[in-house]
Design a protein around this ligand. Sequence first.
Ligand code: 13P
Length: 252
Amino acid sequence: MKSRIYVANWKMNMPLDGALELTKQCKKLMAHQDNKEKQIVLCPTFPALYPIAKLLQSTPIGIGAQNCSEHEMGAYTGEVSAQSLSQVGCTYCIVGHSERRNYFHETNEIIARKVGKLFGAAINPIICIGETAKEHKDNKTLQALEQQLDPIINVINNAEQCSDELYIAYEPVWAIGTGKVPDKATLQTTFNWLHAHVQSALQPAKSVYLLYGGSVDEHTVKDIAEVQYIDGFLVGGASLDFQKFKNIVSLA
Ligand code: 13P
C-alpha cells in the first residue's frame, strides 16, 4: 500500500489545455524521490481522460473519472459507461459526489448500481458520502453516513466481481468549497465510526481506504492528516492550482 493517496477532483473547472499542463507538472512532481510512496489520482472531465492517460503512460499516477453510467450499454444519450472509461485508461472513478446527489438527483440505489458497473470494468470506485449542514447541526452525521453507505456495502458484499481496492471519501456537504473543516475531535469520532462500520459490515479480503474531502488545502491538511484512519484526501479547489496541490502532497 502507498502511504497516502491524493485525489484531485477538478470538477468542471479545468479545460483541456489547462488539464494537460497541470498533468505535466504533476508528472514531474511525482517523479521526485520524496513522493515515491505517495499515490496521486487525477480526475479531469471526460474529454481530457484519454489524452491524459497517454501523457501518464508508464507513470504511477492514477487517472479517475468523475462519474459513470449506472447502465452497461444502450440508448442512454450523453452517458458514459464504466467499460468505456476502462478502455481509455481510467483505473478510478468518483461516484456519489454530493454535487451529483444534489443537482442530478442520484440516489443511494443509483450510486450502488454504478459501483457494480465499475467492479465489472475493474475500476476502483471512490465512493463519496457526507452529511448536510442540517444533519450536522442536528447531530445526525453518523446516521446519514450509515444510510448512504449501507446500500453500497450490500452491493459490494453480493458482487461476483469486486475491484481490488475500494475508496470511501467522507465529504461533509457543508465543508465543500466553504473553507470550513470539521474540528479534529469531530473528525476523529467520524473516522473511528467509519473504520469500525466498514470493518464489520464489509466482507473481508477487501482493501478499503478512507479519504477526507472538503476544503482541504495547504492550511488545513496537516491537522486533518493527524486524524487516525484517514488514508488520503479528495481535493477540489486547491487541486486546480499546482503550487497548492504540491504543498498538500508535501505537507501531509
Ligand atoms: P473543495 O476541496 O473545493 O472543498 O472540494 C471538495 C470536493 O468536493 C472534492 O470532491
